[in-house]
Design a protein around this ligand. Structure first.
Ligand code: ADP
Length: 507
């Protein structure tokens, strides 16, 4: 039997999945670790916890599956992006890793913009300077912990630390490196412009490979710690979203996926690099060699529905619990009784401010058009529709950039709802499908491992062999026509309210 191992280093835990070459999960195990917040707005993890989780889960899947380690043809890593790991000359961790969700680097981001200029920054790194990204964290350590910085010899991203522990190699790959603000994203290599402007020594950074390239082999100490076979190849792998894209088959133009999780993400494949000059959406290198992806992120997609449930649906929750059913299914069944447009009610899902495409932390949510006739079902439907409009608005930016989408996969908790998926299909104007497996990033990492190990000829072949589609929903022309005027009105509400939101933030 031939197996591929996908290791997904998430923020709450590491999930390791052993797949066969047809993409069927044969064993899976997750081990969680804490997130430390030593100060308000900070977020750190101990890389030793990640490594422990990898050792535990790899041993776990080997045990569960009964697979012989020699049958594992390759290992792929996927992981939380942007985190900063610093090692000394001996390869020891110098300080806790600073994570993607750490917000301490606002000032350093301003410094980056001042040093490079906004236009160059966008043209070279394809992204604005964001507090989540790695470069600001490096500057922060240099400023606040000079002794740590002086001792640092290696800078790694989270999953690349696992590669180092498995193989002894200092390597990353283009998709994850795209989230550092240091990569020349169009050229897929470290940017001399960025490094010299920020005075960061290139020797600190790992070499940049492609996602399906073999970057090293499991060494003896790692084999002893994990139960893997010495010499098992470890490929580049990918940042979590880029790995998920492979895991759902988004590997050629026209394909994209939407994640309706807490946040809402659309991730689309493109063969040519394209950058939004306004920075409303991100451009990253794809895990497919020589290709790119554009990504939007709205902050309160599933969160809007969750907030509504928590604040206003205690009775539904109690009923659902008593009946042993999912409260979201109950709420959405009621919302389905309300017509398209929710009886002339619109919802703005800006509960956390908004990132794509508004870039406005002060934007706020609301129902617009409330009337005495409205019921809870209308309010719920408006929430679902508002979130769907916010995704369509992001997709319109992609289309403006020449990245069209003809085929959309949906993942995340919100993707479980057929009504929500149908709204997306109607608003996107393309089929929307679920996937048979929920293993997105781990499967993507395993497919990349299969390419590196020669099990598949290339990423597209790997996806054809291993990604299984679930249910497909087609857009309905009548529904689409009914949504359109509400969507157009939705797009006009934020500009009309922007000044009021800013005033409100200042009161
Ligand atoms: P996370 O982004 O935190 O990983 P999930 O992908 O699990 O979370 O998504 C959680 C969100 O999915 C919830 O906030 C909720 O809005 C939505 N959700 C969960 N279950 C359902 C369901 N059955 N129908 C519709 N939406 C759901």
């Amino acid at each position: 039997m031939e197996y591929l191992l996908g290791i997904d280093l998430g923020t709450s835990g590491t999930k390791t999945v052993l797949f066969d070459a047809a993409g069927t999960p044969r064993a899976a195990q997750t081990a969680n670790y804490p997130l430390r917040q030593p100060e308000n707005g900070w977020a750190e993890q101990d890389p030793a916890d990640w490594w422990d989780a990898v050792c535990t889960t790899v041993r776990g899947v080997l045990r569960q599956s009964g697979a012989s380690p020699a049958e594992i043809r390759g290992i792929g890593l996927s992981g939380q992006m942007h985190g900063l790991v610093m090692l000394d000359a001996a390869g020891d961790v110098l300080r806790p890793a600073i994570l993607w969700c750490d917000g301490r680097t606002g000032r350093q981001c301003d410094e980056i913009v001042a040093a490079v200029g906004r236009e160059t920054l966008l043209a070279v790194t394809a992204n604005p300077a964001l507090p989540g990204f790695t470069a600001g964290k490096i500057l922060w350590v240099r400023e606040h912990e000079p002794a740590v910085y002086a001792a640092c010899r290696h800078i790694l991203l989270p999953k690349d630390y696992i590669r180092y522990r498995l193989t002894g190699e200092f390597a990353t790959e283009a998709s994850d490196a795209s989230g550092t603000n240091l990569l020349d994203v169009p050229r897929r290599r470290w940017s001399e412009t960025m490094l010299s402007a920020l005075q960061i020594d290139a020797a600190l950074l790992p070499r940049v490979e492609e996602s399906a390239a073999v970057t090293g082999k499991v060494h003896k100490a790692a084999a002893e710690a994990t139960g893997l076979a010495v010499g098992t190849p470890v490929v580049g792998g990918a940042g979590d979203n880029a790995a998920a894209a492979v895991g759902v088959g988004v590997v050629r133009p026209g394909k994209a996926f939407t994640t309706l999780g807490t946040s809402g993400v659309i991730f689309a494949h493109t063969d040519e690099v394209t950058i939004d000059p306004q920075g409303r959406v991100h451009t990253f290198c794809a895990a497919v060699p020589g290709c790119w992806t554009v990504m939007s992120c709205t902050l309160a997609a599933g969160l809007s529905l969750q907030w509504f449930r928590n604040r206003f649906c205690a009775a539904e929750q109690a009923e659902a619990e008593a009946a042993g059913v999912d409260v979201y299914d109950r709420m959405i069944a009621a919302a389905a009784q309300s017509p398209i447009g929710a009886n002339r009610l619109l919802f703005l899902p800006y509960l956390m401010g908004e990132r794509s495409p508004l870039l406005d932390a002060d934007a706020r949510g609301g129902w617009i058009g409330l009337s005495n006739i409205h019921t809870k079902a209308d309010l719920t439907r408006a929430v679902l529709e508002g979130v769907a409009y916010s995704q369509r608005q992001c997709l319109d930016v992609f289309r403006e950039m020449g990245v069209d989408v003809a085929d959309m996969a949906v993942c995340g908790g919100g993707g479980r709802s057929p009504l929500w998926r149908q709204m997306l299909a109607d608003l996107y104007g393309c089929p929307v499908q679920t996937l048979a497996s929920e293993q997105g990033p781990a499967l993507g990492a395993a497919i990349l491992a299969g390419v590196g190990a020669g099990v598949y000829a290339d990423v597209a072949e790997g996806c054809a062999a291993a990604v299984q589609v679930g249910q497909v929903q087609q857009p309905d022309a009548q529904n689409a026509a009914a949504y359109e005027p509400f969507y157009r009105l939705y797009c006009r509400l934020y500009p009309a309210l922007r000044e009021s939101f800013h005033t409100l933030a200042g009161l």
